[in-house]
Design a protein around this ligand. Structure first.
Ligand SMILES: C[S@@+](CC[C@H](N)C(=O)[O-])C[C@H]1O[C@@H](n2cnc3c(N)ncnc32)[C@H](O)[C@@H]1O
Length: 220
C-alpha cells in the first residue's frame, strides 16, 4: 500500500507554471492583453482569468461588478463565464483604458448591452450601487483602497454571491511580518474585514499575485 504522506510534493513554482501553461487564450484575449501592455495597465494572469470564468459560471452570474477595468482582459474572462444575458459593470477612472476595453469587448463580439463602463473612481461609484444585488464583485484596483472596496463589495453582493480580490498579497509582502508599509497594511486590513464577517466563507488561492475569494452566505 502506498503511503500518500510520503509522496514528494511538487514545488509551488512548478504547480503554478503548469497552471499558467495549461490555459490557452483566444485571439480576442490576446489582443486585449497586447492593449494592456501598450497602455501599462497590468492584466490578470490567464490562470486568474480562468478562475474568474469558473466563478461566474458557478454563480450563474447575471450582474457582475469589476473595480479596475484596465484594457478589458479580466472583463473578457468574466463575460466568458457569465450568463448570456449577464451585464458586466466595470469601473475605472482612466477614460483611455475604457477606450481600450471597448475595443477589447468589440473584438470579442460582446453585445454592447452586456457591458456598462463607468468612468469614475470606485470610491465615488460603489456607494451608488444597490445593496444585495450583484452575483460577483471582482476587485483589481490599487491595493491601498482594498479595505474600502471590500466593504462596499460585501454590501452589494447578493446572498450566495462571491467577492474576489486580486493581488491580495500586495505583491507578496503581506505574509512578511517585517513589511508594514501602508499598502501591505491595507491588504491585511481587507483580509481581516473578510475574515471577521460571519456571513463570508473565504479562501486564498495562490494564483497570480494571490486571489482572495469569499462566498456570502445564502442566509442573511
Ligand atoms: C491592474 S489594472 C486592472 C487590470 C484589469 N483588471 C485586467 O486584468 O485587465 C488596475 C486598474 O485600476 C485603475 N485605477 C487606478 N486608480 C484607481 C482608483 N483610485 N480606484 C480604482 N481603480 C483605479 C487603473 O486605471 C487600472 O485600470
Amino acid at each position: 500500500m502506498t503511503d500518500s504522506r510520503a509522496r514528494t510534493q511538487p514545488t509551488a513554482a512548478a504547480v503554478l507554471a503548469y497552471a499558467e501553461s495549461a490555459i490557452v487564450e483566444d485571439d480576442a484575449l490576446l489582443a486585449a492583453r497586447e492593449r494592456a501592455e501598450e497602455l501599462g495597465a497590468p492584466a490578470i494572469a490567464p490562470s486568474v482569468g480562468a478562475l474568474l470564468s469558473l466563478l461566474a459560471r458557478a454563480t450563474d452570474a447575471r450582474a457582475v461588478v469589476e473595480v479596475g477595468t484596465g484594457a478589458g482582459v479580466s472583463g473578457l474572462w468574466l463575460l466568458n463565464g457569465m450568463s448570456e444575458s449577464g451585464v458586466l459593470t466595470t469601473i475605472d477612472p482612466e477614460s483611455e483604458y475604457h477606450r481600450a476595453a471597448r475595443e477589447s469587448f468589440g473584438g470579442a463580439d460582446v453585445a454592447p448591452g452586456r457591458t456598462r463602463l463607468i468612468n469614475g473612481t470606485p470610491r465615488d461609484v460603489l456607494p451608488r450601487l444597490a445593496d444585495d444585488s450583484y452575483d460577483l464583485v471582482f476587485i483589481d484596483g490599487p491595493v491601498i483602497n482594498h479595505p474600502r472596496f471590500v466593504t462596499e463589495a460585501i454590501r452589494i453582493l447578493r446572498p450566495g454571491g462571491i467577492v474576489v480580490v486580486h493581488n491580495a498579497t500586495a505583491d507578496g509582502t503581506v505574509g512578511d511580518p517585517e513589511s508594514n508599509d501602508p499598502v501591505t497594511v491595507a491588504a491585511r486590513e481587507a483580509a481581516l474585514i473578510i475574515a471577521d464577517d460571519d456571513r463570508l466563507l473565504p479562501v486564498l488561492i495562490p494564483l497570480g499575485s494571490g486571489v482572495l475569494a469569499a462566498a456570502k452566505s445564502r442566509e442573511t
